[in-house]
Design a protein around this ligand. Structure first.
Ligand SMILES: [Zn+2]
Length: 441
């Protein structure tokens, strides 16, 4: 009898866990029909390696498990900013600007190599804004002005660590929603141009970031676009088609790590953004489910490539534009996204605690964005290690990695820190990772 009770004590929690999993499964099924079917991936990303050259010759490195990471953008050097302006004023040609960009990218690569990062980027020096990965490549959408002077004017009034005043109108982060003028068409493949160059000037793996469908659709004025796209679904299908085309070209060129920039997912926990959606008669959770599905479609069948997805709450010129912890969306988002690496902002109380990390499935890695690109103060390694330990209460240490919380310059204006601060912050990512996991660098 006592044995029976004992068995029940062992079995009961297991049954309860199974029931919880079942109800979690049915909740997720509402948003992702067929989600629990086996993923159509023939090879797990952690089994895949990428050929990358190092000082000792060829070596194999699985990018899905690297411990150090960067979100993408770096501070534009002064001479590069001057070149943007000179080009806008017609004083230098596109070719002259490109050569100045090339030189600046070589220096940015050198900076990241010396810091010892496992993966690097071109600093997004060919973009004025991180969203140019799509906007500068596709016709029919996004007629934003994109001169440096306009960008700097837009954020000049803001104060570091405050809400970006340029986004306050209407209360949400999206400044303007734009209608499309014609069906989207890939007219220039900027991410491919970026990868081709950066991969030529480094022996380390280079990654490329691409703005995801969620932000694109949040900026899409569908009410005034019905003559071109009869529904939002119709529009997103085209976004996905074009982004798959870009990803395919990157993979063909040798890229093995693609990052989707998805800052807008935090709209689904930000009160002002939720209000905007509801005012338009939209169901925010349906919007989010649609975006997760679109994000997953982009990487479907690209099995030998590591995919990351980056979430944050705004970064322009050391400011922010959204607030709210991951709690309310963590289960649906972390379980729903099929990306290998979740690059999550965690440098301020606006991001909340680590408890939502318990929803991250075992085959994913969370890159903790603990080092702030918004302030010059250098984090202390002991504090970073304490925060990593705190996160490891909710997810195994082996599923964690480290990076800055965002880029250093989401647009060319850049955050209010110096290039020296940036260098020290990159170095501390590597040194902390080395002390925690012993493998970085
Ligand atoms: Zn970010």
């Amino acid at each position: 009898m006592s044995g029976g009770v004992h068995s029940w004590l062992v079995i009961a929690p297991a049954l309860q866990y199974k029931q919880e999993q079942k109800s979690r499964r049915s909740r997720i099924e509402i948003f992702f029909p067929g989600f629990w079917r086996p993923a159509n991936r023939h090879v797990r990303p952690e089994e895949c390696c990428v050929l990358g050259r190092n000082e000792n010759g060829l070596t194999m490195k699985p990018l899905s498990k690297i411990r150090t990471d960067v979100v993408g953008s770096l501070l534009r050097p002064k001479h590069l900013k001057n070149a943007y302006v000179q080009h806008e004023q017609g004083k230098i040609s596109a070719e002259e600007l490109r050569q100045i960009q090339d030189d600046a990218i070589r220096a940015a690569v050198c900076l990241q190599e010396k810091a010892g990062l496992d993966v690097l980027t071109d600093g997004e020096f060919r973009r004025l804004n991180f969203q140019d990965s799509f906007a500068a490549s596709v016709s029919g959408f996004d007629p934003r002005r994109s001169e440096l002077s306009f960008i700097e004017k837009l954020s000049r009034e803001g104060k570091p660590l405050h809400r970006d005043p340029s986004t306050l109108e209407g209360g949400a982060a999206i400044l303007r929603r734009e209608p499309v003028s014609q069906k989207l068409r890939l007219v220039r493949n900027l991410p491919l141009e970026e990868f081709r160059f950066v991969s030529q000037v480094t022996g380390r793996p280079a990654k490329v970031s691409l703005i995801g469908p969620d932000r694109i659709v949040q900026r899409f004025d569908y009410q005034n676009s019905t003559s071109v796209y009869w529904s939002v679904d119709d529009f997103i299908a085209d976004v996905v088609r074009i982004e798959r085309q870009i990803v395919r070209s990157l993979i063909d060129a040798g890229c093995r790590y693609v990052q989707i920039d998805a800052p807008s997912y935090t709209a689904y926990v930000d009160a002002a953004s939720l209000d905007e959606m509801r005012k338009r008669g939209e169901d925010p959770m349906k919007n989010m489910a649609r975006s997760i599905h679109a994000d997953n479609e982009i990487l479907r069948l690209f099995d030998d490539t590591t995919f990351g997805i980056h979430l944050c709450r705004g970064n322009q010129r050391s400011m922010w534009h959204r607030e709210g912890s991951y709690d309310a969306i963590a289960e649906m988002l972390f379980a729903g996204l099929r990306h290998d690496r979740l690059l999550l902002e965690y440098d301020s109380p606006r991001a909340g605690g680590f408890a939502p990390l318990r929803f991250v499935p075992k085959d994913k890695l969370v890159v903790l964005g603990l080092i702030s690109t918004k302030v010059p103060e250098l984090e202390k390694i002991d504090d970073l290690k304490r925060r990593i330990d705190e996160a490891a209460k909710y997810i195994p240490l082996d599923q964690l990695a480290l990076s800055p919380q965002c880029g250093f310059a989401s647009d060319a204006a850049g955050n209010l820190i110096s290039e020296d601060d940036q260098k020290r912050k990159l170095e501390i990512v590597v040194e902390t990772a080395r002390q925690v996991w012993g493998t970085a660098g």
